[in-house]
Unconditional design. Structure first.
Length: 123
C-alpha cells in the first residue's frame, strides 16, 4: 500500500466561474507545516482570523475543474456548503489520512466505508 498525498473530491455545488461554468471535481494534497504557518503572516489573516481557512485551502487545493490555478478569490467565491465540505475534507485527510468514512446500515447492520471525496450522487 502506497502513501497517498493527493485526494480527489467532488464539491456538493461547485465553483461557478465568470463564464458560468461549474467546476466540481478537484484534487487536494496533504498540508505541510509551511502551509499552516505561512498564512499566519498574511495581513488578511492578521486582520481577520477567519480568513485563515481561505488562504490555507488556496494553498492545498491543486486542481478544481478546468481552472488553471487556485487562489484566495476563488475560495472566497465558493458557496458556503462547498467551503464547509472542503474544511471537513481537509481535516479528514490531514488528521485521519483518508477520505473514507466508516458507516453502518441502520436496518441490516452491515458495515461499509464511504469515500467522502467522491461524487455522492448529487447534481
Amino acid at each position: 500500500m502506497s502513501f497517498m498525498t493527493q485526494f480527489e473530491f467532488t464539491l456538493p455545488r461547485g465553483y461557478v466561474d465568470k463564464d458560468g461554468v461549474v467546476h466540481k471535481k478537484g484534487v487536494m494534497r496533504l498540508a505541510t507545516a509551511k502551509d499552516e504557518i505561512l498564512p499566519l503572516q498574511d495581513y488578511r489573516v492578521q486582520n481577520n482570523r477567519a480568513y485563515l481557512v481561505i488562504i490555507l485551502l488556496s494553498r492545498v487545493i491543486e486542481q478544481l475543474g478546468g481552472l488553471k490555478s487556485i487562489n484566495p478569490s476563488i475560495i472566497e467565491a465558493l458557496f458556503s456548503v462547498d467551503l464547509a465540505y472542503l474544511q471537513d475534507f481537509y481535516r479528514r485527510i490531514n488528521e485521519e489520512g483518508t477520505a473514507m468514512v466508516k458507516a453502518k446500515c441502520p436496518e441490516c447492520g452491515h458495515s461499509f466505508e464511504v469515500d467522502t471525496g467522491g461524487d455522492l450522487g448529487e447534481s
